[in-house]
Design a protein around this ligand. Structure first.
Ligand code: PLP
Length: 428
């Protein structure tokens, strides 16, 4: 473990020694009173990489000059656009390139994947998920269950923390899967919970789900670009994620999906088809009869959203240049430093209650601080001092130092503000 020190000089030393320090310059930071904000909201919307504007201009120029011929011309003809994102996306989630494709948006994709992997029968109809999953996922699971004519109250099993605890135990997840195993069709878990920041043991969940004879899928919205993932080796059946959180691809950015190789050519899996998922060789023959492409590409419906994919590509290039191992190494150090500084304040009388697991293997960049009744006032104080973090009802402040653009000094300055707040509170 690093021997952290709570001084600005120490934070700056970490920045000087940071192999990723030059990445920060490639992003735009919003301003507060003329200075860069302290941005800790990359778990919600990542900052804009400076290359995005040019990438968009390039596509607009391509459109202006070539119109429909743009599909076939240039370095990245639109007709094949999804292919230019496959390899780099696969590296982020630990997949083979053909197991991944970028398309649509996240909740849409979650539904499309459930079409293939949630095929309930009167015997096997349950979905096991984490309690307190992101609302969109809850609504998706609820409406999937209803669509098949089952009752969500009966069909959806949520694994909750034990009384007095905030996060899940892997043993409890495995025990729940075992208990409901024979009736379970799908395990659908988040990778990193949006509220607590807990990074679940996806390998163990996959193994437990498969032992019960269920499919296992993950929503990696808060995990992609944040934590190390090995979807292929873990054997997960399917996954999806968005690109606008840690992956910095802009509001409403496109989603990625993963379908494991073992299912990539399984034409018996039902799916909703569209021309872009149809066999490329015969796509333009416009004939009857849907023949899916092999791999995740066979789940596509429409031709690529080129403008948003162009923005995504800029970010993927950055992740590719840095690599997930280096990002994760910095992330562990950076979030560890924030945790250290908060604990130092607690030693001096503050009561910042971090509900994110202490074990670095069970978390990503984000720390969630459970507050008391003064929490909203604290949040407003931070906002008034140029911090962009976020407030989640009922009483959590989430801060996520993103290793690609946050510095150790950013983290130190956040802790300095928390310390000032604490002093005011303690003297009242
Ligand atoms: C951010 C997030 C979403 C948002 O879905 P969109 O379809 O992209 O709006 C869904 N699920 C989870 C777990 C998320 O974190």
């Amino acid at each position: 473990m690093m021997n952290y020190q709570p001084t600005l000089a120490f934070a700056r030393r970490l920045d000087r020694n940071d192999p990723l320090r030059s990445c920060r310059r490639r992003f735009y930071f919003p301003k507060h009173k003329g200075k860069n904000v302290l941005y800790f909201c990359g778990n919600s919307l990542g900052l804009q990489p400076k290359g995005v504007e040019q990438a968009l201009r390039n596509e607009l120029k391509h459109w202006r000059e070539h119109a429909v011929e743009g599909h076939f011309r240039g370095d990245m003809p639109w007709m094949h656009y999804h292919k230019f994102l496959q390899k780099q996306s696969a590296a982020i989630v630990g997949a083979l390139p053909e197991e991944v494709v970028v398309m649509n948006t996240l909740t849409t994709n979650l539904h499309l994947l459930m079409v293939s992997f949630y095929r309930p029968t009167p015997e096997r109809f349950k979905i096991i998920m984490e309690a307190g999953a992101f609302p969109s996922d809850q609504y998706a699971m609820e409406t999937q269950v209803r669509w098949h004519g089952f009752d969500p109250a009966h069909a959806i099993v949520e694994v909750a923390p034990r009384p007095g605890e905030q996060t899940l135990r892997t043993d409890d997840i495995a025990a729940t899967i075992k208990q409901h195993g024979a009736q379970t069709a799908v395990i659908m878990f988040g990778g990193v919970n949006y509220y607590t920041g807990q990074f679940f043991d996806l390998r163990a969940i996959t193994a437990a789900g498969h032992a019960a004879g269920a499919y296992v899928g993950f929503d990696l919205a808060h995990a992609a670009g944040n934590v190390p993932l090995q979807l292929h080796d873990w054997g997960a059946d399917f996954a999806c994620w968005c690109s606008y959180k840690y992956l910095n691809s802009g509001p409403g950015g496109p989603s990625g999906i993963f379908v494991h190789e073992k299912h990539g050519n399984d034409h018996s899996l039902p799916r909703f088809g569209g021309w872009w998922g149809h066999d490329e060789q015969s796509r333009f023959l416009m004939k009857k009869g849907f023949i899916p492409m092999s791999g995740a590409a066979g789940w596509q419906l429409s031709n690529s959203q080129v403008l948003s994919c162009a923005a995504h590509k800029v970010s993927l290039d950055q992740f590719d240049a840095v690599g997930m191992p280096a990002l994760r190494a910095k992330s562990l150090l950076l979030t560890g430093y924030l945790e250290f500084l908060i604990k130092e304040l607690n030693k001096k009388g503050a009561r910042f209650n971090i509900i994110t697991p202490e074990d670095p293997a069970q978390r990503g960049a984000q720390l969630s601080i459970l507050t008391d009744i003064s929490g909203k006032a604290l949040f407003d104080y931070l906002t008034g001092n140029g911090v962009v973090a976020d407030w989640r009802e009922p009483n959590v402040i989430r801060v996520a130092p993103a290793p690609v653009y946050n510095s150790f000094e950013d983290v130190w300055r956040l802790a300095e503000l928390l310390g000032k707040w604490m002093k005011v509170q303690l003297t009242h």
